[in-house]
Design a protein around this ligand. Structure first.
Ligand SMILES: Nc1ncnc2c1ncn2[C@@H]1O[C@H](COP(=O)(O)OP(=O)(O)OP(=O)(O)O)[C@@H](O)[C@H]1O
Length: 321
C-alpha cells in the first residue's frame, strides 16, 4: 500500500546570528492511511519545523535544503509552487495549537468553512454549507447547523479547536498535520477530542501526524511514534513498542518522567541537563552530554538510525526484550 505520507531525508536550516542551524536534520518517516503518528520531543527538538517543512511552509531565514515529501506517492518538493498550494488544504491540511490561526474572528463559522470549501471546489454556497455541517458532525459537534451560524468567539476553546479540525477535514485530505492542537485545552476536553480524532482516522482513512511534547497523549492516541531530539529522529516504532520497551536512553528518560506511564509511588526522575542549542551541538551523538550510557565512542562517532519501522539512533541502546 502507498503511504499517505512519506518523508525522506527532510532537512531544514535557519540562518541565525550564531551561524546556520539545522532544525530538521535528515528526518524520515511514513504514515499509512488511517494511522496516527505521534511526533514527540521536548521544546526546541524540531517538531513544529518538521510539520511546516512537510507542508513546504518555511520562510526566510529558514530553507528546506534537502529531502522528499511524498503525499500518496507524489513528491511535493518537486512540484511548482502553484501545485504545492493546491496540495495544501486539499491533500494535506494543518491544525495549529491556536485555532484562531485558522479561524477568522469576524466571519460566521459556516461562512468561513464554506469559503474554504470553495477555494478548491466549485460548488454552490448551499452545497458548501452542507459539507461544512457534515465535517462538524464528524468531529462530534452537537447541533452543527446552529454552530455554523455562530461566530468563533461564541464558542468554547474546545469547540473552536473542533471547528479548526473540521475545517482541515473539508476536502477529505490524505494527511493532517496537527501541531499541539489540544495542549491549551483542559484534560477532559482534550480526552474527548483525542477520541474523536482516533475515530475520524479510522473512519475516513486520513493519516494524522500529531505533534506534541506530551508522551501521555501519544501513548493513548498514536499507532506509531517518532521521538525527536535536536532536529533528528532518535527512535521510532509502534506506540506500544516504544512506550513499553524504549531503546533510546532519551526515550527511556522521557517515559520515566511522565506520571502514569511510570510505576506509581516512585519519585519521577528527570533527564539531567537541558536541550542543547542547535548552534552548539556536541560532537558525535547529540544526546551524549545528558546520557547515562555514553562512552568515548559517542564523543566521536555519530550513531546511525538504521532503517525500517523500529529505529534507534544510539551506539548503546537498551536491550530489546
Ligand atoms: N524562525 C527561526 N529562526 C531561527 N531558528 C529557528 C526558527 N524557527 C525555529 N528555529 C530553530 O528550530 C528549533 C526547533 O524549533 P521547533 O519550533 O520545531 O521546536 P519544537 O520541538 O516544535 O518546540 P516547541 O514545542 O517549543 O514548539 C528551535 O529551537 C530553533 O533553534
Amino acid at each position: 500500500m502507498i503511504p499517505a505520507l512519506e518523508v525522506r531525508g527532510l532537512t531544514t536550516r535557519f540562518a541565525t546570528r550564531a551561524g546556520p542551524v539545522t532544525a530538521v536534520d535528515g528526518v524520515s518517516f511514513s504514515v499509512a492511511p488511517g494511522r496516527i503518528l505521534g511526533l514527540v520531543g521536548e521544546s526546541g527538538s524540531g517538531k513544529s519545523v518538521t510539520g511546516f517543512s512537510v507542508l513546504g511552509l518555511i520562510d526566510a531565514p529558514g530553507e528546506i535544503v534537502a529531502g522528499h515529501v511524498l503525499v500518496e506517492g507524489e513528491d511535493m518538493r518537486t512540484m511548482s509552487p502553484e501545485a504545492q498550494r493546491r496540495m495544501r488544504g486539499r491533500k494535506v491540511a494543518m491544525v495549529f495549537q491556536d485555532p484562531m490561526m485558522t479561524l477568522n474572528p469576524v466571519l460566521r463559522v459556516g461562512d468561513q468553512m464554506a469559503m474554504a470549501v470553495r477555494v478548491h471546489d466549485r460548488v454552490s454556497k448551499a452545497a458548501a454549507w452542507d459539507r461544512a455541517r457534515a465535517a462538524l458532525e464528524i468531529v462530534g459537534i452537537p447541533a452543527p447547523a446552529e454552530r455554523l451560524r455562530a461566530y468563533p468567539h461564541q464558542l468554547s476553546g474546545g469547540m473552536r479547536q473542533r471547528v479548526a479540525i473540521a475545517t482541515a477535514l473539508l476536502h477529505r485530505p490524505s494527511v493532517i498535520i496537527a501541531d499541539e492542537p489540544t495542549t491549551a485545552l483542559d484534560v477532559s476536553i482534550q480526552g474527548q477530542i483525542l477520541s474523536e480524532v482516533r475515530r475520524l482516522a479510522d473512519e475516513t482513512g486520513t493519516a494524522i501526524v500529531w505533534v506534541t511534547h506530551d508522551l501521555a497523549v501519544v501513548s493513548s492516541l498514536a499507532d506509531d511514534i517518532c521521538v525527536m531530539y535536536a532536529g533528528r529522529i532518535v527512535e521510532s516504532g509502534t506506540a506500544e513498542e516504544v512506550i513499553a520497551r524504549p531503546r533510546h536512553p532519551y526515550t527511556w528518560g522521557l517515559i520515566q518522567s511522565v506520571p502514569g506511564l511510570h510505576s506509581p509511588g516512585e519519585k519521577l526522575p528527570q533527564i539531567p541537563g537541558s536541550t542543547p542549542q542547535l548552534s552548539r551541538l556536541p560532537s558525535g551523538c547529540a544526546f551524549r552530554t545528558r546520557c547515562p550510557r555514553a562512552t568515548a565512542l559517542c564523543e566521536t562517532v555519530p550513531p546511525d538510525l538504521g532503517e525500517g519501522a523500529r529505529r534507534v539512533l544510539c551506539h548503546h541502546p537498551l536491550e530489546a526484550s
